[in-house]
Design a protein around this ligand. Structure first.
Ligand code: COA
Length: 436
């Protein structure tokens, strides 16, 4: 059948599409800035019609109506990455957290993560009947292949991206044409502390490196310090606005990448409207499913692969907690360990964990003798390589426990060094005689 006929036949509205959802189903929802809006709204409006529907999602940018209290009792949430709009619901009775490496999620869809219904967003079809998944590729194709019913909001304002982002009209059950702006993530200008961290990280980045950067102010501060570098590349889980200027200046050109030479590669994109316009129909940008971008074996093939991620707390052995504060789940592991390991295995690779030395307005040291009781270790002491704060760089790889403690104390906030030195002297039965 001509795809155009099929397209017309499949055009639906949200009210009709959600009739496919049965009690007890598991629904997998699109990710980050590509989270669908119309179907969740209809589901929330009709939440009384549903019982025990499980929703798997990761970060959902903007307002996720399925997390509103009126939906509690009808929908349960399972997530392996929390953000401000899902943290409370998932940490409490309405949901549960699902520890998993991001790169494993596609292979778990249809198995450990059942997928009866897939609800995603894409562009309207091109001349051959293919829709692009736009700014979020990650676990969409795996879900679309497995679901009993595939519901796609085809958004005219979704950027068309290349790589492995195409789904064909024939793979969709309900097509919901729409036009709405994607939610934006606008980062504040980096603070003095973040800028200092950015400078230290930049000093570790060499010409020709391929970078992975996480989310937030620190990655943007790092990028703003790279003006004098050459031939950088990007192979990342995600990227945001900071890369645009460096691409326009030719500093990020991917010319020395081992794989996908000349291309910026990621699995999702989150940022401002300016970023979304930049990636639209841009052949320099390629998105792939997360089981490819975040596969440590793929990452390891990039020459000078350099990963930069952040964390919440580090203990004196170099154990890194990035996703929990005590037993409270704050975010998730995302691609942190995927990239730490991939970068460590790469030729001339480096992995960097960067964080401000304190939290909670300077009242808590992020370098502690012990992790907060109940915290999960995200990056183990065996995996950790460089740790950076605004006070400097500690290279922990290859260092003994005693030397690690010394290096970490030297980059801790001065207000907390006496407390850490006290623990050091107790633990190693020696006097602290290093001048800081
Ligand atoms: N003890 C108590 N509170 C702490 C704390 C600690 N050790 N560390 C941080 N906090 C508080 C902060 O004060 C802040 O509180 P506020 O919201 O009231 O200001 C909050 O926790 C968040 O800390 P912050 O450092 O500002 O978080 P962030 O938004 O910069 O995110 C991570 C940092 C580590 C949570 C985030 O990078 C993450 O989830 N990383 C893991 C996943 C990953 O690395 N993915 C990589 C690929 S994208």
């Amino acid at each position: 059948m001509d795809w155009k006929e099929e397209y017309k036949r499949k055009i639906s509205d949200a009210e009709t599409a959600i009739k496919d959802i049965r009690d007890g189903d598991c629904l997998v929802l699109g990710h980050a800035a590509a989270v669908p809006r119309i179907v969740p709204h209809a589901m929330a409006e009709h939440c009384e019609d549903y019982n025990d529907v499980l929703i798997f999602h990761m970060t959902t940018l903007g307002d996720n109506e399925l997390l509103h209290p009126r939906c509690f009792g009808h929908f349960r949430h399972v997530s392996n990455f929390l953000s401000s709009n899902s943290r409370d619901a998932v940490n409490h009775l309405e949901g549960d957290f699902f520890p998993a490496y991001f790169h494993d999620v596609p292979s778990m869809i249809g198995d450990e993560i059942p997928c009866d219904i897939a609800v995603f967003q894409a562009t309207p079809p091109n001349e051959n009947g293919y829709c692009s998944l736009g700014v979020s590729c990650d676990y969409a194709i795996a879900s679309i292949r497995r679901a009993r019913s595939v519901i796609i909001e085809t958004n005219e304002l979704m950027p068309f991206t290349y790589g492995n982002t195409m789904i064909h009209v024939s793979q969709i059950d309900h097509i919901i044409p729409c036009a709405y702006h994607l939610p934006e993530l606008n980062s504040d200008a980096p603070s003095e502390v973040e800028q200092a961290i950015g400078k230290h990280c930049a000093s570790l980045i060499t010409d020709g490196a391929t970078l992975q950067l996480g989310i937030g102010a620190i990655p943007n501060a790092v990028l703003s310090e790279l003006a004098d570098k050459n031939d950088l590349g990007i192979h990342s889980e995600m990227f945001s606005d900071g890369v645009v200027e460096l691409m326009q200046k030719g500093i990020i050109n991917g010319s020395r990448k081992t794989m996908h030479r000349g291309k910026v590669v990621a699995t999702f994109i989150m940022g401002s409207r300016k970023l979304y316009d930049f990636v639209d129909n841009n052949p320099d940008i390629e998105l792939y499913p997360v089981d490819y971008t975040n596969d440590p074996i793929i990452i390891a093939q990039q020459y000078r692969m350099t990963s930069i991620n952040s964390c919440l707390e580090v203990d004196l052995m170099g154990q890194v907690a990035s996703e929990t504060i005590g037993i409270r789940q704050y975010s998730g592991i995302g691609g942190q360990i995927d990239f730490v390991r991939g970068a460590s295995m790469a030729r001339e690779g480096k992995s960097i964990i960067a964080m401000p030395s304190t939290a909670a307005g300077g009242t808590i040291s992020r370098i502690q003798p012990f992790l907060t009781h109940g915290s999960a270790v995200s990056t183990t002491r065996n995996d950790v390589n460089y740790l950076v704060t605004e006070y400097g760089i500690a290279r922990l790889k290859g260092r003994t426990l005693k030397h690690r403690a010394e290096d970490l104390i030297s980059i801790a906030h001065p207000n907390f060094r006496p407390m850490l030195i006290e623990e050091y002297e107790r633990r190693f039965q020696c006097k602290w005689d290093i001048s800081l």
